[in-house]
Write a protein that binds this ligand. Structure first.
Ligand code: GN1
Ligand code: MG
Length: 728
């Protein structure tokens, strides 16, 4: 794309953009097509390294879409969502939230507290203040900047030890301490003058140290936090190379006066000024763009004010493709009219209007989620939702509700796939019985129990317009693994599924509905594949001959367990039937398994299938849909670890035949799943969710590669089970 007739540094020129980057800044040759910008001037998109919120949202809400959209409209094209002094879990949630936004790009996070000085807390919540803790900080993914008070115990070691950029702020440190902190690696002052000692002629304080050592200085130039003369003074002291304009904006930005929550406290905004109940100024309600214009109005040349909100912060945080208009930089641009009003904004080569589609879809989805969730008995007020990319069948969201005390309570909302689950009410009936059966046992173990919420009419589901089927369950705070290299965790996962089976051993299987008939009837699954090959409704069969041949060649082997079950040689038990390791949630603190989730397919089944499906997934060296088959192998060490956990729990209950066919269960279920993926590919991808057209084929090939490796290792797989049984 070429933007033509832009005023750049006082001259008319064209800017060529390729792959989201600036490819040329020069008049394009005559006759080349482009978008005429008829003399609009261009500056880089703004970079806000210190901002908390806007349009009713705060970084601590851990939902960035709305904020990013508003920021982009106001010229901020990238930012560091800045966290407040709060408890560790709340801050961690922020770092784990989705950064896939349609507007201003998220370059990482800025953590403002809790490692700050209580006497200079400003609007931070004193309740959560503590000394710097490097080990804790390291667990927070994506923290690019941290504000700390260096005088706190452990402050200097923290500065020396961290890779993040350290800003000195909310501090009572004197000049000498700040010099030491800067020598240890601190490189910036946080909202200079605010929440720190000022300059005294015998006590130059943090600012004296910062000037002497030539580090960066953030300044809130909204006209409220600093007197205009002080803004000019900082400009003269630090210059465009070192002074960074920030907004420090809070959630009222873009909205009117009123009472707002900020870091777990009430903030009152009156005439655009935000204050805590004690009267401390609590962040600004200005956009960064307004701060730039204010700074210019105080006498700083406009270009310099722009630099201090673009290139300087970008350089400071090491985002050197941001905040500049030069060849190779990201095409983050603001087009201004003659009165310096924002006309258009571009992020990574796309005008934000083109990104509106993503935002519009988000808002639509949000409205659906909000209105459906309202049907269930929840507490608090709806904040936002996030799509959870988990599972190949249902659509899953996390829905967050703010509670009266400011904390967030999350729920899991699911839209059940009624193509796959033809009778979802029966599933919910099964789940009700199973969770009730489990609840008492689980409580005795002091573990969280799954719970589905009721609607006003008392059902544990809600059907919208006779068509979509929804349910809401509690969100258990735990970690799930899509891949896992830790043998310890695998062993624990095996134990969790084994335990699950044990807990259901006294459950009356005859009370369960069969939610998907013949779910793991491998004979029928392969028949269905061959019927799909025969029909070839999408004309894809010819291209997958090798895969079909392999499955055909192993048809007999893969049918053995189904036939044994039909002959009564192995017993039906109440099984989970979908034992991917990501269906076990582990405690974040102790790593112990908390609960087994996804109970949709709890039905009578074979223990070998639960075991087999789990190792198929967890003992593979690659993801289930790895396209590069060289990466796909069956890892016997992982297999052993899982088997130790699973068999350790179930050996007593299992029959001799079951134990002997555990390894066969793994091979069977892997071939069966390959056949299911392939049948879905041949019939037009109606069953499994796909992310790209060939996804089911890629999954098929990956499963077959895994099955081949299992076949080669079958003797050892069987040997390992025998060894484990002998030792328990
Ligand atoms: C499906 O929804 P999810 O991802 O938990 C499927 C399983 C497959 C699995 C493969 C009801 O499970 O049988 O093994 O994909 N569930 C159903 O990833 O078909
Ligand atoms: Mg499932």
């Amino acid at each position: 794309m070429i933007l033509k007739n832009l005023l750049f540094k006082g001259e008319l020129t064209d800017i060529t953009i390729e792959d989201g980057k600036i490819a040329a800044i020069a008049p394009a040759s005559a006759g080349t097509e482009g978008k005429d910008c008829s003399g609009l001037s261009v500056i880089p998109g703004l970079v806000d390294m210190h901002t908390h919120g806007c349009v009713g949202y705060d970084t601590m809400d851990a939902h960035f879409e709305e904020m990013s959209a508003f920021l982009a409209q106001n010229g901020t094209t990238s930012w560091l969502p800045t966290t407040m002094t709060m408890d560790y879990d709340s801050i961690r949630r922020v770092t784990e939230a989705s950064r896939d936004v349609s507007g201003a790009q998220i370059l990482g996070f800025h953590m403002e507290g809790p490692y700050i000085n209580a006497t200079r807390k400003g609007a931070q919540n004193g309740k959560f203040i503590k000394n710097p803790d490097l080990e804790e900080f390291k667990t927070l993914d994506g923290m690019r900047v941290v504000t700390i008070a260096p005088e706190l115990e452990g402050g200097m070691d923290f500065i020396r030890g961290t890779d993040a950029l350290v800003c000195i702020g909310h501090t009572d440190a004197d000049y000498e301490t700040c010099i030491e902190a800067i020598e240890a690696g601190a490189n910036c002052l946080t909202h200079t003058f605010n929440a720190m000692p000022g300059i005294h002629h015998r006590s130059p304080g943090p600012i004296g140290a910062a000037v002497e050592k030539n580090i960066y200085a953030q300044a809130i130039t909204d006209g409220l936090h600093l007197h205009p003369a002080v803004v000019l003074m900082l400009y003269k002291l630090f210059g465009t190379e070192r002074m960074v304009i920030i907004s420090d904006a809070m959630r009222a930005t873009g909205l009117g006066d009123g009472t707002y929550e900020f870091g777990g406290q009430d903030i009152i905004v009156k005439d655009g000024v935000a204050r805590t109940l004690d009267g401390a100024i609590a962040g600004s309600t200005s956009t960064l763009w307004r701060c730039v214009k204010q700074a210019a109005s105080f006498g700083i040349p406009f270009e310099d004010a722009v630099t201090m909100a673009t290139r300087t912060p970008a350089d400071m945080i090491g985002a050197t493709s941001k905040g500049r208009i030069e060849v190779g930089a990201d095409a983050d641009l603001i087009l201004l009219d003659k009165n310096l009003e924002i006309e258009r904004v571009m992020i990574a080569g796309k005008f934000i209007e083109e990104r509106d589609e993503q935002h519009r879809r988000y808002l639509e989805e949000k409205e659906i989620v909000r209105s459906i969730t309202a049907r269930f008995h929840t507490t608090g007020t709806f904040v936002a939702h996030e799509v959870i990319n988990q599972g190949n069948i249902n659509t899953t969201y996390r829905v967050d509700f703010r509670q009266d005390n400011g904390s967030i309570k999350s729920y899991i909302l699911q839209k059940v796939n009624t193509y796959v689950f033809r009778n979802p009410k029966e599933i919910m009936e099964n789940i009700r019985k199973v969770t009730e059966h489990l609840r008492g046992k689980v409580r005795r173990m002091n573990k969280p129990a799954l719970h589905f919420y009721a609607t006003d009419t008392g059902e544990n589901y809600y059907i919208e317009n006779d068509s979509t089927f929804w349910r809401l369950e509690n969100c258990i705070d735990g970690i799930g693994y899509d891949t896992c290299d830790s043998l310890e965790i695998l062993r624990n996962a095996g134990a969790a599924f084994g335990e699950f089976q044990n807990q259901l051993s006294d459950f009356d299987a005859s009370t369960l509905f069969t939610t998907i008939p013949d779910f793991h009837n491998t004979v029928k699954r392969l028949d269905a594949l061959f019927a799909a090959v025969e029909a070839d409704s999408c004309g894809r069969a010819a291209s997958v001959q090798a895969e079909i041949d392999f499955i055909r060649a192993n048809r007999e082997l893969a049918s053995q367990l189904t036939i044994m079950q039909e002959n009564g040689e192995v017993p039906l038990r109440v099984t989970h039937n979908d034992t991917k390791i990501n269906n076990v949630l582990f405690s974040r603190d102790t790593g112990v398994p908390l609960t087994v989730i996804d109970l949709d397919t709890v039905m009578p089944g074979l223990a070998m299938h639960d075991f087999g499906d789990a190792v198929r997934f967890a003992a593979s060296t690659a993801r289930e849909d790895e396209p590069n088959l060289e990466k796909v192998a069956f890892d016997l060490e992982k297999y052993r670890a899982f088997a130790e956990g699973f068999i350790g729990k179930t050996a007593d209950a299992l029959t001799e035949k079951e134990i002997r066919t555990m390894a066969l269960g793994a091979i069977t279920i892997t071939i069966e799943l390959a056949a299911r993926f392939l049948a879905d590919y041949l019939t037009g991808d109606q069953y499994f969710k796909i992310s790209y057209p060939e996804h089911n084929l890629v999954r098929t090939r990956c499963q077959l590669a895994l099955a081949k490796d299992m076949l080669n290792k079958r003797d050892r797989m069987e040997g390992i089970v025998r060894e484990i049984v002998a030792s328990v």
